[in-house]
Design a protein around this ligand. Structure first.
Ligand SMILES: Nc1ncnc2c1ncn2[C@@H]1O[C@H](COP(=O)(O)OP(=O)(O)OP(=O)(O)O)[C@@H](O)[C@H]1O
Length: 309
């Protein structure tokens, strides 16, 4: 069913450089959340802090009720088993074929027999559409296939939480669309809690239940997708619409006079724009019960009837 992650008052610095401070949010169990933010705002640092690879200066990260910022190394190791992580480049071993790469966590962390390992590896390769590519080396396949192989490897220990660090980076728009569908389908099938760091606004608008935005060392907002898409908070609006006009500048911040002038000039229909439809799980995949609640929430926001969700 996935587990909840509850972050409270989290602050992370490197030396005198504060990356973000006082971040509080809850990633609801089994839901998909996306974290956005301009480059360098500390999204990857946030993922690493959630999994206990980096220690925050203040605050707590409760995973299934246990504060991982206070665990000893041995207990942290146990909690980390709840996580699957998809790194940007898939982080595959270049000299191992896909089968061995995907089998690696099972051989390292379990005492399963090779026949059991084979069953699991082929099941996960099937889930991500890689059957037939077992013998390929990472260098022989496309970036999209490498991501899917990384995802299959993140799945083999049946994680309760999956963290995705820019799963769409370096992929063409069609591959991104396939990957997004795979993420939505997987979430419906395994019901784990997903957190995705991405720069791709189209994905952020369609895929998640919740969206968060980091800017100027703070979490500007975190909440249901449809609330952020309809928000008139200037940073949220600028980022979700990918515009130059707004508080976010080339070097992150703009001066107040320029900002005021730009905001006065924006005439874009504003937050009343149509809500981007949510990406639904593919045919034959049973939708988790929360989908009905989401459809009701979105319909209410639009003052329309419940969509066929
Ligand atoms: N181990 C580290 N030691 C010191 N500084 C670090 C470390 N890791 C990250 N940083 C700094 O933290 C800041 C945030 O980096 P991070 O990679 O999390 O940003 P990001 O939002 O993921 O960026 P991008 O969108 O470009 O990938 C950067 O200034 C980076 O240099």
């Amino acid at each position: 069913m996935g587990v909840e992650i509850c972050v409270e008052g989290l602050t992370k610095s490197f030396g005198r450089q504060v990356i973000w401070q006082d971040v509080s949010l809850t990633l609801p169990a089994g839901e998909v959340s996306v974290m956005l933010g301009p480059s360098g705002t500390g999204k990857s640092v946030f993922l690493k802090t959630l999994v206990g690879l980096l220690k925050p200066e203040q605050g707590s990260v409760k995973v299934a009720g246990r504060d991982i910022t206070r665990l000893r190394e041995h207990d942290l190791y146990e909690v980390r088993k709840l996580f699957g992580v998809l790194f940007q480049d898939g982080a595959l071993f270049g000299s191992m074929n896909l089968y061995d790469n995907i089998a690696f966590p099972l051989r390292e962390h379990t005492r399963k027999s090779e026949s059991e390992i084979k069953r699991i590896v082929l099941e996960k390769m099937d889930m991500v559409g890689l059957i037939g590519a077992e013998g390929k080396l990472p260098g022989e396949i496309s970036g999209g296939m490498r991501k899917r192989a990384g995802l299959a490897r993140a799945l083999v220990l049946d994680p309760e939480i999956i963290l995705f660090d820019e799963p769409d980076s370096g992929l063409d728009p069609v591959r991104v669309a396939y990957l997004n569908q795979l993420i939505v389908d997987l979430n419906a099938q395994i019901d784990a809690t997903f957190l995705i760091v991405t720069h791709d606004i189209a994905s952020a608008r369609q895929v998640p239940d919740n969206i968060g935005l980091l800017f100027r060392r703070e979490l500007v907002m975190f909440g249901p997708r449809e609330e952020l898409l309809a928000s008139d908070e200037p940073v949220v609006r600028q980022f979700l619409n990918g515009r130059m006009q707004g508080p976010i500048g080339m070097a992150e911040e703009k001066d107040a006079a320029q900002l005021e002038q730009e905001l006065a000039q924006i005439d874009d229909g504003g937050p009343a724009d149509a809500l981007t439809p949510r990406l639904l799980p593919g045919p034959g995949i049973t939708r988790p019960p929360r989908w009905e609640a989401i459809a009701r929430r979105e319909a209410k926001l639009h003052g329309t009837g419940v969509a066929d969700a």
